[in-house]
Structure formats: structure tokens, C-alpha cells
Ligand binder design. Structure first.
Ligand code: NAI
Length: 364
């Protein structure tokens, strides 16, 4: 039986609801959430945070991350920032869902993975559809299939090659069309042939993206903390390799951050040499001020919550049982049109793209 603390309608940016929450939940820079659930199951070692940011467009939909966090506050901050990003992403993608996200604090030492995700599935079921889950960093299709045994409120479980399933290739496709549109609009190049792209992070999305870019004729520089992935990408895509931090300052046309969040911060922004930044990683900007700094340097950042929506579009369509591979491809490809519309708005307002995209999403 899962123990659940439901901080219903807690305004995390305002008055603490319990004195002990001041340090844990009074996190600066986080907007109010509708609901935040802490769930634990001592038998399996589950400790998870499910954050429902905004459900005005529909139930909260967003993936589940499994990660070794330094501490509980870091996990909470991650859940809150990611769930807010899902509200923006789902709105811009025109999906009938609000924003939510779950993070599971990875148990230390060995643990029974199936039992852990069974407990998580029970926690999702207890929310009775208010939150719908899928894969994210650290979780797999197999994990989601375990979750499915305990709740229907999960997606991303279709078999490989079928409609739905692993959302990563769709995320990569969306980032690819965004890069193509950005290159056309900002560099005046109709094709990616010869365009130099740096990909940081060669995981589920980064590797697919590198393949699409390579097939389109782009010249790649890649980096990952896992040297095996770097060797594989260099061999498959005739890519050059760079250090994980060094790649952010690579002499390229496009930088694609596809690892974890906050890659673009006060320390790294001055080093960026690319004309366009567009990648899959959620919350690439440590703060909106870092986006302003890129904009002031004439660098075009295509906001993550606009360009990486391909995966959530896939899991939502699978969940609703709507469409097929062809209609999904058309829907995800609309990200390219949205990039052009965003850049038009940026040119008209003179504001940084992240701010313009956020205002656009809130308008929707
Ligand atoms: P993943 O866990 O499969 O891949 C992440 C990769 O980044 C791994 O290969 C890891 O070794 C590498 N990495 C970690 N830290 C690094 C660093 N400092 N420098 C270079 N490489 C580093 O994750 P996945 O699914 O590919 O997601 C990547 C990003 O895209 C995440 O931020 C995720 O939240 C975001 N995203 C993923 C979606 C999906 O469909 N999988 C959907 C939307 C966003």
C-alpha cells in the first residue's frame, strides 16, 4: 500500500502550508502548482513526486523520470520545473492535456525494478486519471508496461514498429524539423547539407537525431559522458567528437543539447558559438536571463518545450487511440511551422524566443 501525501492546491511560491516544508518546498523561481503528490512505498523503496502543474486544458500528461538525485529538494525542483514545462509544451502542441511530470528517486543499491514500477503504477492509479504518465529519462518501455498492469493512465507502451511505443524517435523527428526550419529562416539555407551541428548527449533522442541529421547531409560533432556511445556515433555518422562541456562552445552552425537540463547557464552561454540552439533536453536554460543573454548575442534559441513535443504528441495519440504513423508524422512535422511563427513573433517584438514562446503558450 502506497503512503501518499497530497499537497492539494498548494501554492509552493507563497506561504508554506507546514513549517517543515519551508526548506523543502519554498523553492525560488518555481511557479504555483495545482497539486503535488509525494508517494512512498517502503516495501519496494519507491519514493516519487508527481507534480500536476496546470489541468485547465485537461488532465496532466507528462513522463516519469528515474534519477539518482543529490537530495529530495533537487528531485522536487526537477519535478516542478519539468511539469510546468509540460503545460507549455502541451499547450503549444495543441494537445487536450495539461502539464504534469513524475520523478522517482532512484533507490540506492540493488532494487526490484518491476516491483518499483508496480508501486508507481498504483500511485498513478490512485490519482484516478488526473495524471497520465509515459517514459522519460531513466525509464523504459518495459517499465511502462509494468505500470500498465496497475493503471490505464499510461502510454508509450506499443510494440516496436507499431503506432506509439518509445516516443524518442518522434521527439528526434520534431527536433530535426525544428532545426531544418531554423536553419532556413536564420541562415537562409534550404537544406541541411554541409550544415555543422553539435549534438550533446547521444541517448534515445540524441542518437536518433544524429542519424536524421547525418542522412540530411549535416556534419556532426558529438559528445556524451558514455564513451561507447561516442565511438558508435563517430563510426556511424562520420562525426567528430568533443568533450561534454567543450561541445557547447564548438564552432558549428547549430548546437543541439540533448542531455540533461540547465546546459545553458551563466557559465556556458558566453562560450556558445552556434548561430542556432535547438535540442531535445528539457529546461535547457538555467533561467530566462540566460535566454536573454543568448538573444543579445544574436544567437537564436528554439525553446525546448516547442521543439521537443514530438514524443508527447506520440504518447498522447497512442493513449487516445487516434491516428496512425502517417498522421502522427504530419502532426509532429507542424513543429517546423511553429518555429517559423515563433521567429516571426520574435522579429516583431524584439524579445528573446524563450519569453515569446512562453507568452504564446500562456495565451493558448
Ligand atoms: P537518455 O537518458 O536516453 O539520454 C541522455 C544521454 O545524455 C545519455 O547518453 C547520457 O549519457 C548523456 N549525458 C548525460 N549527461 C551528459 C553530459 N553532461 N554531457 C553529454 N552527455 C550527457 O535521455 P533521452 O530520452 O535521450 O532524453 C534526452 C533529453 O531530452 C532529456 O533532457 C529529456 O528530458 C528530453 N526529452 C526526451 C524525450 C523523449 O522522447 N525521450 C521527450 C522530450 C524531452
Amino acid at each position: 500500500m502506497n503512503a501518499v501525501t497530497d499537497l492539494a492546491r498548494a501554492d509552493l511560491g507563497a506561504e508554506p502550508i507546514l513549517p517543515t516544508l519551508t526548506s523543502l518546498f519554498g523553492l525560488p523561481g518555481v511557479r504555483p502548482h495545482e497539486r503535488v503528490v509525494l508517494t512512498s512505498d517502503p516495501q519496494t523503496g519507491l519514493r516519487a513526486i508527481i507534480a500536476l502543474h496546470d489541468t485547465r486544458r485537461g488532465p496532466a500528461f507528462g513522463g516519469c523520470r528515474l534519477w539518482s538525485y543529490a537530495d529530495e529538494s533537487s528531485a522536487l525542483l526537477d519535478a516542478l520545473r519539468l511539469s510546468e514545462g509540460m503545460s507549455l509544451k502541451n499547450a503549444l502542441a495543441g494537445l487536450p492535456f495539461g502539464g504534469g511530470k513524475a520523478v522517482i528517486l532512484k533507490p540506492r543499491g540493488t532494487f526490484d525494478r518491476a516491483a518499483l514500477f508496480a508501486a508507481f503504477g498504483r500511485a498513478v492509479q490512485a490519482l484516478d486519471g488526473a495524471y497520465r504518465t509515459a517514459e522519460d529519462v531513466g525509464t523504459t518501455l518495459a517499465d511502462m508496461r509494468v505500470v500498465r498492469e496497475h493503471t490505464p493512465y499510461v502510454s508509450g507502451i506499443g510494440a516496436a514498429g507499431e503506432f506509439g511505443g518509445d516516443p524518442s524517435p518522434w521527439t528526434a523527428w520534431g527536433v530535426f524539423v525544428a532545426i531544418r526550419a531554423g536553419v532556413q529562416a536564420r541562415l537562409g539555407r534550404a537544406s541541411l547539407a554541409g550544415v555543422r551541428v553539435a549534438v550533446q548527449g547521444l541517448g534515445s533522442v540524441g542518437m536518433h537525431l544524429a542519424a536524421l541529421l547525418h542522412d540530411a547531409g549535416a556534419k556532426l560533432v558529438v559528445a556524451d559522458i558514455d564513451p561507447v556511445r561516442v565511438v558508435k556515433a563517430c563510426a556511424r555518422f562520420d562525426a567528430a567528437s568533443a568533450g561534454c562541456d567543450e561541445i557547447l562552445g564548438a564552432d558549428v552552425d547549430v548546437l543541439a543539447p540533448c542531455a540533461l537540463g540547465a546546459a545553458l547557464n551563466a557559465a556556458t552561454v558566453p562560450a556558445v558559438r552556434a548561430a542556432i540552439v535547438a535540442g531535445a533536453a528539457n529546461n535547457q536554460l538555467a533561467s530566462l536571463a540566460d535566454g536573454d543573454a543568448l538573444h543579445a548575442r544574436g544567437i537564436t534559441l528554439l525553446p525546448d518545450f516547442l521543439v521537443n513535443a514530438g514524443g508527447i504528441v506520440s504518447v498522447v495519440r497512442e493513449h487516445l487511440g487516434e491516428g496512425d504513423v502517417a498522421t502522427l508524422r504530419t502532426e509532429v512535422s507542424r513543429i517546423g511551422e511553429r518555429v517559423l511563427e515563433l521567429l516571426d513573433r520574435v522579429d516583431r517584438t524584439g524579445m528573446a524566443p524563450a519569453r515569446v514562446a512562453e507568452a504564446w503558450a500562456r495565451e493558448i
